[in-house]
Design a protein around this ligand. Structure first.
Ligand code: UN1
Length: 528
């Protein structure tokens, strides 16, 4: 049965020992040492231990396979009850987990606690889906026959998740996987091992309390290469991935070779379009949230701003005033609005990209204050902080009616293929940091064309009071998610989530889409 995580708490000071969860037991990996650090205080180790090796992936897959059959035959209501129990455990510990999110990932306390509550909401949603589950029944063209369509789990599914929502994204994959009867092998980003252990612990404890097979959820902490091992494992029946487009497409290729379904939620370069008739205060608030909450580390983050020329200066001034009022610092301090990036290495990458953008002609329209020296408690250690930065990108008009032709560039991996695309890294690439690239548009039509000037298509945000313009955006913008008068980030468990172009591959997540992905059907011709 499940051993507790060693009664481990994470009071600052004592690193939590890392464990893998395989077949219901918390085990040490046989691989290289790994430590996660507080990005705001690099001398503070949050969790440490050893990582998994390839053989651990195999053990986890076997454990999942051994548990899968009994789990699939457990009534869906009982499977749902496990999720509800785990949701209650997360809620009861939301304060502590929110603090651990701040310490290991760098999210502010408010966002971290909010993420834990959201994960609980997701688990409850899928628990209720168990109660709602229904199949289909058809009449038959033949006498004395009925046709039923039943849903069955895929079997053993792999789940590969990023660092940026260390609790919520895994929850929205693992919850549907489990409730629809699959066993899971989960490989989270190795930068957030403690948070992964916390979610796994809530679920494993709920399974143990219900006397259900412990190997239903297995946790493998280790390098990215283990994701490739997972998708190549002969026992794998499906893979759900969130992360970069490059890794996602590689894993999708492996899954295709194996003939197993793949669900990929990948990058974004999401535009906010602010038109002259918009409520500019609302737009400034929402663009600020979209671009800089979670320090810009969301695939749904607003990383491009397209603003019509006549209000551009006024709007940028509003944004700057709001940013000036933001406190940047240690995210464990409840007064702080923006923390560091997840690691100093990630921050160095964003700083380099900003320098490149400036060399490529971007003008700094705003650069926030760096946090106080006290944040750099690691002395000489490189800082994980990057100031909020707004870059204005010069460029030709976007070639109205032409730029949109990049829409189906799914096979052009990386190369900008639009003549009008400015060759600026901050406009083109997902930087995953607090950087907003701005272009001015002469008209609504040009603003839409600029929004379409991207190889990504996850979300967009449009700020206007005109319903006809909003409806036009629905038809014009090739995105998976469109927000009218709200920020580009955000997701709800009951509606599909996922993107177009380079942002997504395979079935979408959440809502009914999750059931489609995590099950397959058997059509039963039934005669008495
Ligand atoms: C959100 O916008 O609240 O990695 C969720 C990401 C997305 C989830 C975004 N998969 O940022």
């Amino acid at each position: 049965l499940v051993a507790p995580l060693g009664g481990v708490t994470s009071a600052a000071g004592a690193p939590v020992p890392l464990r893998l969860l395989i077949g219901g037991e918390w085990l040490m990996g046989d691989g290289a040492p790994l430590a996660s650090r507080n990005p705001a205080r690099p001398d503070e180790v949050v969790a440490e231990g050893t990582q998994a090796v390839v053989a651990d992936v195999d053990r986890a897959m076997r454990a999942a396979r051994a548990a899968a059959r009994e789990w699939a035959r457990t009534p869906i209501h009982e499977r749902g009850a496990v999720l509800a129990r785990a949701a209650a455990a997360l809620e009861a510990r939301a304060g502590q987990l929110g603090l651990e999110l701040a310490r290991e990932e760098g999210k502010t306390l408010a966002e971290g606690t909010g993420e834990v509550m959201r994960a609980a909401q997701i688990l409850r949603y899928y628990a209720a889906e168990g109660d709602r589950s229904a199949g289909e029944h058809f009449a038959s063209p033949r006498r004395g026959e009925r046709i039923l369509v039943t849903r069955k789990p895929l079997g053993v599914v792999g789940i590969v998740t990023p660092f940026n929502f260390p609790i919520a994204i895994p929850a929205w994959k693992i919850a549907p996987a489990l409730v629809y009867g699959n066993a899971v092998v989960w490989k989270p980003a190795s930068t957030v091992p403690l948070l992964a252990m916390r979610l796994a612990e809530a679920l494993a404890d709920a399974l143990a309390e219900a006397g259900l097979p412990a190997g239903v959820l297995n946790l493998i902490i280790g390098p990215g290469a283990l994701g490739t091992e997972l998708v190549r494992h002969p026992d794998l029946d499906g893979l759900s991935f969130t992360g970069s487009t490059g890794v996602g497409r590689m894993l999708a290729g492996e899954a295709a070779l194996r003939g197993v379904p793949f669900q990929g939620e990948m990058g974004g370069k999401n535009a906010a379009i602010v038109l002259a008739d918009a409520d500019l205060d609302l737009a400034a608030e929402q663009v600020l949230f979209g671009a800089f909450r979670s320090t810009g580390q969301k695939c749904t983050a607003t990383s491009r701003l397209i603003v019509v020329e006549e209000i551009a200066d006024a709007f940028l001034a509003k944004l700057a005033a709001r940013l000036d009022a933001w406190r940047v610092g240690n995210p464990s301090d409840p007064a702080v609005h923006m923390g560091p990036l997840v690691t100093a290495a990630a921050a160095a990458g964003v700083r380099d990209a900003v320098a490149t953008a400036e060399r490529e002609g971007a003008r700094v329209a705003y650069r926030g204050r760096a946090p106080e020296a006290a944040m750099h408690a690691g002395g000489a250690a490189p800082s994980a902080f990057v100031p909020a930065t707004i870059l204005e990108i010069p460029g030709e008009a976007a070639g109205v009616g032409h730029a949109a032709s990049s829409a189906d560039s799914a096979d052009s991996a990386g190369a900008p293929d639009t003549a009008a695309a400015p060759a600026n890294i901050a406009w083109r690439e997902e930087l995953f940091g607090p950087v907003l690239a701005v272009r001015r548009a002469a008209s609504t039509e040009e603003a839409f064309a600029l929004a379409e000037d991207s190889e990504f298509g996850l979300t967009a945000a449009l700020f206007t009071r005109d319903i006809a313009t909003a409806l036009d955006a629905v038809d014009t913008l090739d995105v998976g998610i469109l927000h009218v008068n709200s920020e580009s980030a955000g997701a709800d468990p009951h509606v599909p989530f996922g993107g177009a172009k380079k942002s997504g591959y395979g079935p979408k997540e959440q809502g009914g889409a999750a059931k489609e992905f995590f099950t397959h059907t058997t059509t039963v011709y039934l005669r008495g």
